[in-house]
Design a protein around this ligand. Structure first.
Ligand code: GAL
Length: 670
């Protein structure tokens, strides 16, 4: 059953129709007058008398098995629309004017009126992609509203109404079976509001009216209606629970087709249901476990498995969540295998966690093939309050031995309210067997409340690449030697956009924008990779550090080595907006770097294909495939920034080229 839940519903529709749809009778006109709609009297004629006894009860017409399979859905009306998420068993189309359904034979639909206006809405999808509105020049009367009738057996139903409101807030009323069941429901501006109402039907027809009696002459208060869902209410008991358990069974061998979280939730709900099987329970308990089980079953999320890079598209991890590793770095990293204790290599991706927006910590993901990524955790968290550092175990374990002054510094540098944590990069240090993260650590200082006042490089260490990383400190780095022109003498040793590189001899370097982003620097790190090799005061120019392209204003550096030649890809400085890339080549890290121009081919907008560099790495040693990693920032919604991964091509002279591809795989490059 799990295999194709939708198709199964489709088959059921056919089965239900054979057993319960009856002949193709002529539709009965919805014979109620507008007046009888809103008052108690509306119940009148049909709700009583002989006719009532002739209406079959729901459970006389349908078996529980078929209804569980159909999720008790009788109608799912996408008002004024053509498409529907799912079809209820009594309908064959998204919406229709009141009459006999061509396929199911049921009578249902809306009552036509001159004032009805069908509207499509691009900003919605599925059930919210269309709605009823009131025509602009309609003669709005007291009875104006949206009327629907649905043929149903006698029984209990749950009616859900949805209002996707692109206008100012207004209120709505809903009458069910002629009785006001929802009074002055506020439907918020730009929001979807849903309401659920129980309904008891005795006369074979469920009558719904949506209107706004307070509309008066104010067209801004016109009612709207996006969808109506009618579900039968099951009779919850032990037998039904057994059926639920049977219907929602997923063979164990399929477990890994679903995200771990959704499968665990499913298993949990199943255990709760199984626990109830042998007990005596009341209706409410049965209802709870049955509903939980069905919800968990419906929410089983299949893992999306990638075998190509889908450039600039949504990229989700093995839990189905968007990968949050912006301004990041991918490398083949030695990682201790927990089971064997051996060091193995894995692809490791670290980057900025923008899930909560601009400010966040650092995340890591691992992979065996570069396409599919497993979330390893927020490896360096930011801190919500100074007190949290001393109260929460997570921080206590990291900072238990820090002085109060050091804790103040940790708070200032990692605060979720003020700190800016960008462009993290990780290295493994073989000598210390420690993982070291460097990142652009910024935020206000005592002199300025600008987000980029600190302009420092932060360092954090951990025994494991999945953290937790202990923040050590943030530093200003090397300064312009007195015999050279300093492009920003007002503030010394600044460090913003940054990257790391380990040379063949094991020496590590930090490459970063300094002098108010006007000049790039490369500085040597110490053997532990936790600080500069030499203090800025005693650092020797050309030995411990170099300045690159003074005044050229480059950032987002990505340094890599290929065939004995060093490459440095950079961007210009235009904030989140993309600009033209430029790359440089040198014979050694601290050597002479030559400007080689824009590596992009056919990038007509000159925006690095709408991306900003963050890392270039060797993805296949044998084939010599390098991958360019860039960020396509979405400044309005940083969490939804996309990744641009492109293969780097090299010509006979070692020139590097980037061509845009929408989708590609490692196999495409020999
Ligand atoms: C960019 C930089 C990003 C981020 C952004 C903020 O220039 O590369 O990492 O700092 O500015 O506007």
């Amino acid at each position: 059953m799990w295999r194709n839940r939708r198709r199964m519903l489709g088959l059921l529709l056919a089965a239900v129709c054979v057993s319960g749809c009856g002949g193709q009778e002529q539709p009965r006109e919805p014979d109620r007058g507008a007046e009888s709609q809103s008052g108690e009297e509306g119940q009148s004629q049909e709700g009583q008398g002989e006719e009532e006894t002739q209406v079959p009860r729901f459970w006389e017409m349908h078996t529980r098995e078929e209804m569980i399979g159909a999720d008790y859905l009788l109608y799912e009306v996408n008002c004024a629309g053509a498409e529907t998420g799912e079809l209820g068993v009594y309908q064959s189309g998204a919406d229709q004017e009141y009459g006999t359904d061509q396929v199911t034979g049921k009578q249902w639909g809306y009552r036509p009126a001159d004032y009805l206006r069908a509207v499509e809405d691009d900003s919605g999808e599925g059930l919210t992609a269309s709605r009823w509105e009131i025509g602009e020049d309609a003669d709005y009367k007291e009875e104006t509203g949206f009327y629907y009738d649905f043929e149903v057996p006698a029984g209990e139903y749950e009616v859900t109404l949805g209002f996707y409101n692109p206008f100012s807030a207004r209120t709505l009323c809903v009458d069910i079976e002629g009785k006001r069941e929802v009074d002055a429901l506020k439907i918020l501006k730009y929001k979807l509001t849903e309401t659920q109402v129980p309904a008891e039907v005795t006369d074979g027809r469920l009558e719904i009216k949506v209107y706004n009696p307070d509309r008066g002459t104010d067209a801004m208060k016109d009612p709207i209606l996006s969808y109506i869902v009618v579900r039968a209410v099951p009779e919850y008991d032990g037998e039904l629970l057994d059926l639920y358990l049977e219907e929602t069974q997923v063979p164990e061998e399929y477990a890994d087709r679903f995200t771990r979280k959704s499968y665990e939730a499913y298993q949990e709900s199943r255990e709760a249901a199984l626990a109830l099987v042998s007990q005596k329970a009341d209706t409410e308990q049965y209802r709870e476990v049955c509903e939980q089980l069905m919800t968990a079953y419906k929410e089983l999320k299949e893992v999306k498995v990638y075998d190509t890079f889908q450039v600039g598209k949504r990229w989700t991890d093995d839990e189905g969540n968007l990968i949050q590793a912006h301004g990041g770095q991918v490398q083949r990293l030695p990682v201790r295998d927990e089971a064997t204790g051996e060091m193995v290599e894995k692809w490791w991706w670290v980057g900025e966690d923008k899930s909560a927006g601009y400010r966040g910590g650092i995340r890591a993901y691992s992979s065996d093939n570069l396409y599919n990524w497993h979330f390893e955790g927020v490896v360096m968290r930011n801190v919500d309050s100074r007190a949290q550092l001393e109260e929460e175990e997570y921080f206590q374990e990291l900072y238990g031995d820090y002085t109060s002054e050091q804790l103040d510094n940790v708070y200032a540098c990692l605060s979720s309210e003020t700190a800016v944590i960008e462009r993290p990069k990780m290295l493994y240090n073989e000598k210390t067997d420690m993982y070291v993260i460097w990142f652009h650590a910024d935020g206000p200082t005592e002199y300025s409340d600008s987000n980029y006042a600190a302009a420092s490089a932060g360092v954090a260490v951990s025994k494991s690449p999945s953290g937790p990383f202990r923040f050590i400190d943030r530093y200003r780095l090397n300064t312009c030697p007195p015999d050279q022109e300093d492009f920003y003498p007002e503030s010394k040793g600044m460090a913003r956009d940054m990257n790391l590189f380990v040379d063949t001899d094991g020496t590590a370097y930090i490459i970063y924008s300094s002098e108010e982003n006007l000049t790039l620097y490369i500085s040597k790190l110490n053997e532990e990779y936790t600080y500069l090799a030499t203090d800025p005061e005693s650092a020797v120019y050309g030995v411990d550090y170099v300045r690159l392209f003074p005044g050229a204003q480059r950032e987002a550096p990505a340094l890599f080595l290929r065939d004995g030649e060093y490459y440095l890809v950079t961007s210009g400085c235009t904030g989140w907006a993309p600009n033209q890339a430029r790359y440089y080549r040198a014979d050694s890290v601290l050597g002479e770097w030559t400007d080689c121009g824009d590596p992009c081919v056919g990038d007509t907008k000159m925006t690095t294909f709408d991306s900003q560099s963050t890392c270039v790495f060797l993805a296949d040693e044998e084939k010599g495939t390098y991958i360019y990693m860039g960020d396509r920032w979405n400044s309005e919604d940083l969490a939804n920034s996309r990744y641009i991964w492109l293969p780097v091509e090299f010509d006979g002279e070692g020139g590097m080229h980037l061509n845009y591809l929408d989708e590609w795989s490692m196999e495409d490059f020999q």
